[in-house]
Structures are given as structure tokens and as C-alpha cells.
Design a protein around this ligand. Structure first.
Ligand code: FAD
Length: 496
């Protein structure tokens, strides 16, 4: 093989991730190869200013209908606000549906207590039974080696403990979210791309969005940015962080896919019984395909989920890099289908069922908020004074992580709240705060807070947290019992 071909080969980087990647460690691939020639654009083009129509006026505008946006819109509407949700694609659920990330990470702590509830619990409770695969409630927290072994191979047991981390049918998730939001009174606008926030005197007053009808304005008392990439807060001039943790998968992207016609029980039995053969299969897969990914279970035993191969060195804020990931991923889907059909027990009759319509982005921007979730504060699980939710921790070394309201509030921008995978946290904490249940949690809190701010005519930073916690509890959220915690023991809101 020539040197230049060698340079074109993707480089394999093995990292241990926090979520989808805990079984075999994870493969992350870096490559400088590009399938498109460099662009030739130079200079600038002057776009004329113009008046545009006001599409609608509301209390709360939620931009992005992923897990965080759905929870935010639902909570705000339940709290009495007039809510409009803008979504660029044709369905709700974001990465959990359009991205085929149907594996919902842990909602229980290491003792099996259900710590992420509220929207999360209501949402899963309303799913049809055959659209949810996961351990029965009685087994949450179980350390029985047989149960942990069984569920460990089905994405719901970690560190030998059975957790509540089910896989859900993405199509039913889309419908479930849609019906919950419509029932709560949310105005949903699909096929609408939030292009910029409307900001006056340091306060967001709405957004401009693009659709087939052109540019229109949506005016709101409070805007909730749930785009996942901080499109709204970044364009409003709010500060954000972009540093990444090299040892984690969260700097990598991929377009996920599912293969149909498989027998996942047969695959799992084989890989458990013959680990050396699995190692050999992975080696050959890497050799033949360059980039390689092993499958995860889905909500059905005849469908396999591929949440990779993960590609690093590309930016989800650069349209050419996004295109590159799509080009590679669609080729890799075909290559994996063929390779698995020819080599992997349980995949003899597999076929390409679906590739994700939403690019799998783990990380772009993170808000700089008035508060911040930081690795140094995971500590002993003591609640922060402005707690709006409780996240499970990444390992049994830490009890739980108390989520502060301040992590949703921009430091120097009013009229806007932030929820989902771009909240204010350090790169380390982002490893779990970006997971779907945590996005439901922060979305729920931001939506309830936005409704309170809109109702009282105050800014989000002035929202009375005690009142917010009351609303959250009323909507089924699980919070620490603050009365039981001496005030002096409470963690400070991290201001920086
Ligand atoms: C490959 C991969 C595997 C993962 N594995 C897991 C896992 O196993 N378990 C787990 O719990 N989590 C997992 N995650 C993480 C999780 O899926 C995401 O972090 C989570 O979905 C983020 O939710 P969100 O609402 O913040 O953003 P998103 O899910 O990205 O939703 C954002 C929504 O906003 C819309 N939007 C964006 N910009 C605009 C705009 N300008 N105008 C209008 N609409 C807009 C999008 O279309 C989308 O609907 C994984 C992520 C990836 C990429």
C-alpha cells in the first residue's frame, strides 16, 4: 500500500464513553479524507434589510422540538402559557427519533430510585407497551448477576446494576410527543427553521424563522433555545464554551441506522459465548470497512441499531463537515449490512431498514450560564440551592448530580432560557448531561420557568426558584427534599 493511501485510512482512537459505548469501550475514527473538493467562495455578499410578516405572538417560543424542546413546550403549556414550538424537520423527538437514538439512557440512580421523572415519566408511561423494551420495575437497582448479565447485553445494566434505560420505538415516540403537546395546547410549527433571535436592549423578544413562505417573525415574551447547538443564544451574542473532552466520544458525529431482519438474541448469545470470535470479527470489520461499529439492541429483537461508526475531527457547525459525515455514513451503512450478513450470526437475512434523517451530533456549543454543572461539584449528591432536577451520576462512585436552575439561564442575555445538550456545564459533565433523560429534565425545568417569567412579566433570571420547584413538583418532577437538608450544607450556585 502506498504512503498516500495509508494517510487516507481512518485512524482508530479507542475511548471509554459514558453512555452508548460502555460495552466494548468505543471506537472513534479520525480521517482527513474529504469526498468533496474545497469550496471556492471568497468575499461577502450584502443582504438587504427588509420588513417581514409577524407570523404569531405568544408567551413562550420554543425553538427545536427534540427531547428538551418537547419537555419545555409541554411544561410551559401545562403551566398556563400560550406556547409555540418551531421545528425544522417534520416530527418531534430530535435525535431520539429523527436521529434514531432510541436508547434512552438511565433514569434511575445506582440504588434503582427513579430520579428523572416529570415529563420523562409521563412520556414513557404513555408509550404503547410494545414500543418499550426494558427491565421490569421490580428489577431496577438489582445486582443479581443473571439479571445484570441479561440486561447488560440489552443496554440497561451498568456496573453490574440493572437500570431504567429502555429502548423505545422511534415512530411511536414521534406520535406520542406530538399528541402530548397538542393536548397541552402547544402550537406546533414543522418545516420551520429558526434563523435568528430578535433581540432588543439585551432581551430576546422572539425569533425570525424560515419556511417555504420565506422569513417570518414569531414574537414571544420568553424564548427557549432547545436547538441542541445553541443556535439562538449564540446568534443573540450570549457566551458559550466549545472545549471537548478528548477521552470521551462526545466530539464525534455519525448518522445512525437500523438493520431489519436480524435475530438479536442469536447475535448476543454468540458474542457472549465466543468473545475471541467477536474480537476477530471486529478486526476483520475494521480491516474491510475502515470504520467499524457493532450493533445495539432496539425496541424489537428483529431490528439492530448502529450508533456509529463515530467520526471525529469534523464540526457540526460546518455544512461541509456535516455533508462529509452523511456521505461516509450512508456508504458505511451499506458496507455494514453486507459485512454483517456475510459474517455475523443472527444477521444472515439482514437488510437496510432506515438511516437517520437527523445527523448524530453529540456536542457543539455549551452555554455560559449564571450557574454551571462542574465535575468538581458532583461530590456527595448534596442538592444545590436552586435545584430543578436530579440526574443519575456516571458511576456508583457518585450518588446523584443536583441540577441547578442557573445552568439554564444565560449570564448576560434576558428573555431567553436554554435546555438540552447545550446547557451550561463543563465538558466532563456534558458526557451525561447531554443524554435524553437529562434533556427531558432540563427542558421540563426551562419550560416551567419560561411560563412563570411570561406570566409575571419578569426575566427568567428573576424567577422565584421556590415557586418554580413547586410548579415542577406539581407536574410530577422528582426533586430533593430541600427541607431535609440544612441550608448550610447546600452547594452554592456556581457563578463565574
Ligand atoms: C449517535 C448518538 C448516540 C447517542 N446515544 C445516546 C444514548 O444511547 N442514550 C441517550 O440518552 N442519549 C444518547 N445520545 C445523546 C442524545 O441523543 C442527545 O444529546 C439528545 O437527543 C439531545 O436532545 P436535545 O433536545 O438537546 O437536542 P436534539 O435531540 O438535537 O434536538 C434538537 C431539535 O431542534 C431542532 N432544531 C435544531 N436547530 C433548529 C433550528 N435552528 N430551528 C428549528 N429547529 C431546530 C432539531 O431538528 C431537533 O429536532 C446520543 C447522541 C448521538 C448523536
Amino acid at each position: 500500500m502506498s504512503n498516500s493511501q495509508d494517510q487516507d485510512k481512518p485512524k482508530l482512537q479507542q475511548v471509554i464513553g459514558h453512555s452508548e459505548d460502555r460495552f466494548l469501550g468505543s471506537d472513534v475514527f479520525a480521517s482527513d479524507t474529504r469526498n468533496l473538493p474545497p469550496r471556492n467562495g471568497t468575499g461577502t455578499f450584502h443582504e438587504e434589510a427588509r420588513d417581514i410578516d409577524i407570523y404569531h405572538k405568544c408567551d413562550v417560543a420554543v425553538i427545536g422540538g427534540g427531547p428538551a424542546g418537547c419537555a419545555a413546550a409541554w411544561a410551559a403549556a401545562k403551566a398556563g402559557a400560550d406556547v409555540t414550538l418551531i421545528e425544522r424537520y417534520n416530527c418531534l423527538g430530535g435525535l431520539s427519533t429523527g436521529g434514531l437514538v432510541m436508547w434512552i439512557d438511565r433514569m434511575t440512580d445506582w440504588q434503582g430510585n427513579h430520579v428523572i421523572q416529570g415529563f420523562a415519566r409521563e412520556f414513557i408511561g404513555r408509550m404503547p407497551a410494545d414500543g418499550v423494551a426494558g427491565p421490569p420495575r421490580d428489577d431496577w437497582g438489582s445486582q443479581d448477576p443473571v439479571k445484570a448479565g441479561y440486561w447488560g447485553n440489552r443496554t440497561t445494566a451498568f456496573h453490574g446494576i440493572v437500570c431504567w434505560a429502555p429502548t423505545l420505538d422511534p415512530e411511536r415516540m414521534k406520535l406520542n410527543a406530538q399528541e402530548m403537546l397538542l393536548e397541552a395546547g402547544v402550537r406546533i410549527v414543522f418545516h420551520a427553521w429558526g434563523s435568528r433571535p430578535i433581540v432588543e436592549d439585551g432581551t430576546a423578544r422572539g425569533v425570525v424563522f424560515e419556511s417555504k413562505a420565506g422569513r417570518q417573525a414569531l414574537m414571544a415574551k420568553v424564548v427557549v433555545d432547545t436547538t441542541g447547538d445553541g443556535d439562538m443564544f449564540a446568534r443573540a451574542g450570549a457566551k458559550f464554551d466549545t472545549d471537548i473532552e478528548e477521552g470521551d466520544v462526545h466530539h464525534s458525529m455519525n448518522t445512525s441506522w437500523i438493520l431489519g431482519g436480524v435475530n438479536m438474541d442469536r447475535w448476543i448469545n454468540w458474542k457472549v459465548l465466543y468473545p475471541e470470535q467477536l474480537t476477530e470479527l471486529i478486526r476483520r470489520g475494521r480491516e474491510q470497512l475502515g470504520y467499524f461499529q457493532t450493533p445495539y439492541v432496539s425496541w424489537r429483537p428483529d431490528i439492530a441499531l448502529f450508533l456509529g461508526p463515530r467520526q471525529s475531527g469534523l464540526s457540526a457547525l460546518d455544512v461541509d463537515d456535516q455533508t462529509e459525515v452523511e456521505i461516509r455514513s450512508h456508504r458505511l451503512m451499506e458496507g455494514h449490512c453486507r459485512f454483517f450478513r456475510e459474517n455475523a450470526p443472527g444477521f444472515e437475512n439482514c437488510y437496510n431498514l432506515q438511516s437517520a434523517s437527523q445527523l448524530g451530533v453529540r456536542h457543539t456549543r455549551r452555554l455560559v450560564g449564571i450557574g454551571r454543572i462542574e465535575r468538581k461539584n458532583w461530590g456527595d449528591g448534596t442538592p444545590v440551592a436552586d435545584e430543578v432536577g436530579i440526574s443519575p451520576s456516571i458511576s456508583p462512585k457518585f450518588p446523584i448530580v443536583s441540577v441547578p436552575y442557573g445552568s439554564l439561564v444565560p449570564r448576560a442575555l434576558d428573555g431567553m432560557l436554554v435546555a438540552g445538550r447545550h446547557i451550561s456545564c463543563d465538558a466532563n459533565s456534558h458526557g451525561f448531561m447531554r443524554e435524553i433523560p437529562q434533556c427531558w429534565l432540563t427542558g421540563h425545568a426551562a419550560g416551567a420557568a419560561a411560563a412563570l417569567a411570561a406570566d409575571s412579566g419578569t426575566t427568567p433570571r428573576e424567577v422565584d426558584v421556590a415557586n418554580l420547584r413547586k410548579v415542577l413538583r406539581g407536574q410530577g418532577a422528582h426533586l430533593s427534599d430541600m427541607d431535609a437538608v440544612p441550608t448550610a450544607a447546600m452547594g452554592e450556585v456556581v457563578a463565574q
